[in-house]
Design a protein around this ligand. Structure first.
Ligand SMILES: Nc1ncnc2c1ncn2[C@@H]1O[C@H](COP(=O)(O)OP(=O)(O)OP(=O)(O)O)[C@@H](O)[C@H]1O
Length: 378
C-alpha cells in the first residue's frame, strides 16, 4: 500500500480520545466456575489518569482488566466507562484499546496493516486509515517502520507497534497488561519513559496498567491499587501509599519496607506516637490515627535507616549483622534485631561491617509510619 504522508499534525491534536472517560468498578466480582477470582472490586480511574494495579501472581489483576475489556463477564457488579454502564456491552463497542505482554501482532501483516486492523474492522475509510497510520506510529516513534513485518522488529519495537495499533481507534481507555514484562531491563526503562511521554501527548487518555513491577507502577501511575487474593487491599496516590502504607501487605509489596511488631501505642503530639519494641521505645508518625494502647507495626524503609547513631537521632536499635551485599550503587545490610529482620540500604561503604558484628542503626521518627496490625485494612 502506498500513500503520502499527511501534513504533519501535532501528536496532541492527532489522537485525542473522543472525550476523556474514566473507568468505574462498582462491586465487581468474577468467578471461574466455583472459584471467585475477583471479589467485590470497587475502584475508580478518573478521566485522563493512569492507575496501576499491582499484586502477586494470581491475585486477580488481569481478570479486572479483562472485565473492563469485556472478555470476562462479572458475576456481580457494574463496569462503567465514562457515563455508560458497559457491563453488558460487547468488547468491540466499549471504545477501549488493549496491549498485552506478548505483543500479539499479526505475524503475516506489515506494521501498517497491523495498525490499520481495528480501523478496517470498523469500516473506516481508506483515506482516514492512511492518515491515522502514520499519526499513531509517530506517537510511538515507529513511523519509519511501516513496511516491516513483526519478525523484522525487536521486542521493544513490536510492543510500540502494538501500542500504536491499540491507539488507532482513538480509544477513550487504554488497558495495558504487563506490556513491558517480556522486554529486557534496559529496554523496559526506556519504554517506561516513552509511555510517560505518550501520556503527556495524550493527556485525556485514561490508562489502567497491570504490572508485577512496583517500580513501573511508582514511575508511571497517578494512583496505585494493590491486589491480594482477589481483593483490592490498598489504593491511593503513589506517594501516599509509599509513605503511609495502610497495612503490612502494602508496606512490604510496595518498596519492601521493614516491619517490626510493636506494642502499647502512646500519643506524643503533632501526629507522633511512641511504641514499645521489646525494651526499646520507638517513635513514629501515627498517620492512621491508631488508638492509644494498641499493638501495631513499625514501618521504616531500608534507605531511611542510618548508621552512625552518634548524630542527633531518635530511634536507635542495635542488631547483629546477618548479611552484607554490595550491589554496585549501594550496600544492602541485613540485621537481626531482637529476633526480627531489618534491612538497611546505604551508599557504598568503604568498610562494610563484618558478619556477626554488632551494629547500631537509627531512623528519624518522621520516616516511620505506624501501621495497623490487621492485614486486611486498606
Ligand atoms: N480462564 C480462566 N479459567 C479459570 N481460571 C482462571 C482463568 N483465568 C484466570 N484464572 C484464575 O484466576 C485467578 C486470577 O488470575 P489473574 O490472571 O487475574 O491473576 P493476575 O493477578 O493477573 O496474575 P499474573 O500476575 O500471574 O498474571 C488465578 O487463580 C487464575 O488461575
Amino acid at each position: 500500500m502506498t500513500r503520502e504522508l499527511p501534513t504533519r499534525v501535532s501528536a496532541a491534536s492527532a489522537l485525542p480520545p473522543s472525550g476523556a472517560a474514566g473507568i468505574g468498578f462498582e462491586n465487581v466480582s468474577v468467578a471461574y466456575g466455583s472459584q471467585l477470582v475477583l471479589d467485590s472490586l470497587t475502584l475508580t480511574v478518573k478521566p485522563g489518569e493512569i492507575v496501576a494495579l499491582i499484586g502477586p501472581s494470581g491475585s486477580g489483576k488481569t481478570t479486572a482488566l479483562r472485565a473492563v475489556a469485556g472478555f470476562v463477564k462479572p458475576t456481580a457488579g457494574r463496569i462503567i466507562i465514562g457515563d455508560r454502564d458497559v457491563t453488558h456491552v460487547a468488547p468491540c463497542d466499549r471504545n477501549i484499546g488493549m496491549v498485552v505482554q506478548n505483543y500479539a501482532l499479526f505475524p503475516h501483516m506489515r506494521v501498517e496493516d497491523n495498525v490499520a486492523f481495528g480501523l478496517r474492522a470498523r469500516g473506516v475509510t481508506a483515506e482516514l486509515i492512511s492518515q491515522r497510520i502514520p499519526e499513531c506510529l509517530r506517537l510511538v516513534g515507529m513511523e519509519a517502520y511501516t513496511k516491516r513485518y513483526p519478525r523484522e522488529l525487536s521486542g521493544g519495537q513490536q510492543q510500540r507497534v502494538a501500542i500504536a495499533r491499540a491507539l488507532a481507534i482513538r480509544p477513550q481507555v487504554l488497558l495495558l497488561d504487563e506490556p513491558l514484562s517480556a522486554l529486557d531491563a534496559q529496554i523496559r526503562r526506556s519504554m517506561l519513559d516513552e509511555l510517560a511521554k505518550l501520556h503527556r501527548d495524550l493527556p485525556s487518555l485514561t490508562v489502567l496498567y497491570v504490572t508485577h513491577d512496583q517500580a513501573e507502577a511508582l514511575t508511571l501511575a497517578n494512583h496505585i491499587g494493590i491486589m491480594r487474593d482477589s481483593k483490592l487491599v490498598a489504593f491511593g496516590s503513589a506517594q501516599a501509599l509509599y509513605r503511609n502504607p495502610p497495612n503490612r501487605f502494602a508496606a512490604e509489596f510496595l518498596g519492601r519496607a521493614n516491619i517490626l511488631a510493636a506494642k502499647s501505642l502512646a500519643t506524643i503530639d503533632a501526629g507522633l506516637a511512641s511504641v514499645q519494641f521489646g525494651q526499646t521505645l520507638l517513635r513514629g508518625r501515627n498517620h492512621h490515627a491508631l488508638p492509644e494502647g494498641s499493638d501495631c507495626l513499625v514501618c521504616v524503609r531500608p534507605h531511611d535507616l542510618r548508621l552512625h547513631p552518634g548524630e542527633a537521632c531518635g530511634n536507635t536499635l542495635t542488631g547483629v549483622v546477618r548479611g552484607v551485599q554490595w550491589q554496585g550503587d549501594l550496600h544492602s545490610i541485613t540485621l537481626d534485631v531482637q529476633g526480627q529482620t531489618l534491612r538497611l540500604s546505604s551508599t557504598p561503604l568503604a568498610e562494610p561491617p563484618a558478619l556477626g558484628a554488632s551494629l547500631a542503626v537509627h531512623f528519624d521518627p518522621a520516616d516511620v509510619t505506624l501501621v495497623p496490625e490487621s492485614d486486611t485494612n486498606g
